[in-house]
Design a protein around this ligand. Structure first.
Ligand SMILES: [Zn+2]
Length: 146
């Protein structure tokens, strides 16, 4: 089995799609699959499609929910990669706080072996988080409990 269908697949948009692109895709699909517009033979399938499309829009159409969904998607993808290739553990004393100039947020920074800097959120919650380096293929696991 391949990668499970994402909410982006449901709406037929790319994960990088802008809010207005997602909105347009939703409106188009909603029009096409609205149960009222189908004949009775197709109505059950149309109903199911319509519900899936609506659910996808509820999540992807709300910035906060979309962010949360994206984070989860990324963690799933990194978990998959770390199962195959392994992940390198980072301890809290190996990172430094720094300002991310793009977002103006304080982040934790780890110097990857390839020379790139890996940015990690300053997370208050306990547990661990997987991140990947943009400069190479390493996957890191930071353990916030330690
Ligand atoms: Zn790297």
């Amino acid at each position: 089995m391949g990668v499970a269908e994402t909410l982006y697949d449901v709406l037929g948009v790319l994960q990088e799609a802008s809010h207005s692109e997602i909105k347009a895709a939703f409106h188009k699909l909603a029009r096409q699959s609205h149960p009222d517009k189908q004949n009775s033979l197709r109505q059950t399938t149309a109903n199911l499609d319509f519900k899936r499309i609506q659910l996808a829009w509820e999540t992807l159409g709300t910035a906060e929910k979309r962010q949360e969904y994206d984070d989860n998607l990324q963690q799933e993808e990194l978990q998959e990669r770390s199962r195959t290739h392994g992940a390198i553990d980072i301890a809290m004393d190996e990172v430094e706080e720094a300002l991310d100039e793009e977002t103006n947020e304080t982040m934790l920074v780890y110097d990857c072996r390839c020379g790139e800097e890996v940015f990690l959120p300053v997370k208050q919650a306990t547990g661990s988080l997987l991140v990947d380096c943009e400069g190479c293929c390493f996957v890191y696991r930071i353990n916030y409990d330690e």
